[in-house]
Design a protein around this ligand. Structure first.
Ligand SMILES: Nc1nc2c(ncn2[C@@H]2O[C@H](COP(=O)(O)OP(=O)(O)O)[C@@H](O)[C@H]2O)c(=O)[nH]1
Ligand SMILES: [Mg+2]
Length: 194
């Protein structure tokens, strides 16, 4: 798949904001703050569309990027920032839950980004539970895999494969080595993002 054009098409701030017209479906990116979501979006679009920050928890909106004038990449707000207040956490939960409930019919695939250095955290579990409950197709991207020694990489990959079962694809990925990037692009292409 080649991404020829990327446009920030619509930003959603509250559950009252209207989602954009469906077009040819959408691919969703979700994960904890600092997991590497912006970096990944920049790599696969080959553009600096999403801000890469060392300070987590900056994005509080849902961004719809129109790709090739055909389908969307949806960038959901990062979660699990330790210093976020209870109100902020609740706000995050409502924004994301509302999005999945209202919009699931137009979703082709959800990419759940999880830091490959750590075992599953509570908020990741919450997302996986929602997605299963809504019967949404998802794949897990294990990020920052370059930071692991080979033996740790094997162990974490096994751990996540076992946790996910056969139904869901697991993609070990690194922004540094670009491992996993072709697999991600191929999945998008196979599901009709052209
Ligand atoms: N080593 C390594 N660092 C990464 C990788 N992906 C992202 N980072 C770094 O992790 C930090 C957070 O990345 P960012 O994309 O802003 O995360 P976001 O909060 O999920 O959007 C930045 O300093 C990135 O350079 C990766 O695959 N490997
Ligand atoms: Mg980000």
């Amino acid at each position: 798949m080649k991404i020829n054009s990327v446009k920030l098409f619509k930003t959603i701030y509250t559950p009252k904001d209207i989602f954009p017209e469906p077009r040819a479906g959408e691919f969703v990116f979700v994960g904890r703050s600092n997991v590497g979501k912006s970096t990944l979006l920049n790599i696969i679009t080959n553009q600096n569309i999403a801000r890469v920050s060392k300070k987590p928890g900056k994005t509080r909106s849902i961004n719809f990027y129109l790709i090739n004038n055909k389908f969307y990449f949806v960038d959901l707000p990062g979660y699990g920032y330790a210093k976020a207040s209870a109100i902020e956490k609740e706000r995050w939960r409502r924004i994301i839950e509302n999005y999945f409930e209202v919009r699931s019919w137009n979703i082709k695939l959800v990419f759940v980004l999880i830091d490959g250095r750590h075992e599953l955290q509570k908020n990741d579990q919450l997302i996986l539970d929602w997605l299963k409950e809504l019967e949404l197709p998802f794949s897990v991207i294990l990020t920052k895999i370059d930071k692991l020694k080979m033996s740790e990489k094997v162990r974490m990959t096994r751990y996540y494969k076992k946790l996910l079962g056969d139904k869901y694809i697991l993609i070990p990925y690194s922004a540094i080595t670009k491992e996993g990037v072709p697999n991600i692009l191929r999945l998008i292409e196979q599901l009709g993002g052209e």
